[in-house]
Design a protein around this ligand. Sequence first.
Ligand code: HEC
Length: 169
Amino acid sequence: MIRKILIVFLILFLALQFIRPARNTGVASSGSDITHYVHVPDTVMHILITSCYDCHSNHTEYPWYTNISPIGLWMRQHINHGKKAINFSDLSSFTKKKLDHRFGDIAEQVEKDEMPLPSYTFIHTYAKLDSGQVKLIKSWTDSARRELAFPKEIPGREAQKGASVPLGG
Ligand code: HEC
């Protein structure tokens, strides 16, 4: 009996390997990526790329094991949902209000240790944020929200009328 069940599972597993989910391998930076709306220091950009971009950008780095189903399908699912929540590569569909709101969500998610997803950092251990990185993200979101509200107040930046790419609403 057990043998039969194992054989059925093996056949299902092999059949699953024929499913090849579409890959998210576009270019992460664009004319409407995050850097065009608010200042992103290199240290913060590094964290975003290392810990968030796999699910929240147009470019995912795929380790070899994502070639195995159902891991690849599961990853695809995260990418679809993650990009729907926020796609750092393209914020052109966001209003200023929505972007401001999302900065609040980002701080909340990293402070609660909900992002990056624990199921992801379990394998991608390097993506886990330490407390210093969480603080850095939090203070970046604070200054990014100020920058959105009062574009001229950011010291060291040219006085500007707003984001370099117009936001809707
Ligand atoms: C393994 C994929 C993955 C990684 C890596 C990841 N996220 Fe997410 N993220 C998701 C998914 C999936 C959702 C949608 C969750 C949902 O719909 O409930 C999401 C949702 C969010 C949201 C919206 C939450 C809300 O309140 O609606 C924010 C903000 C966010 N992620 C920020 C981040 C940040 C910042 C990082 C990096 C530090 C990150 N995520 C890393 C998959 C990921």
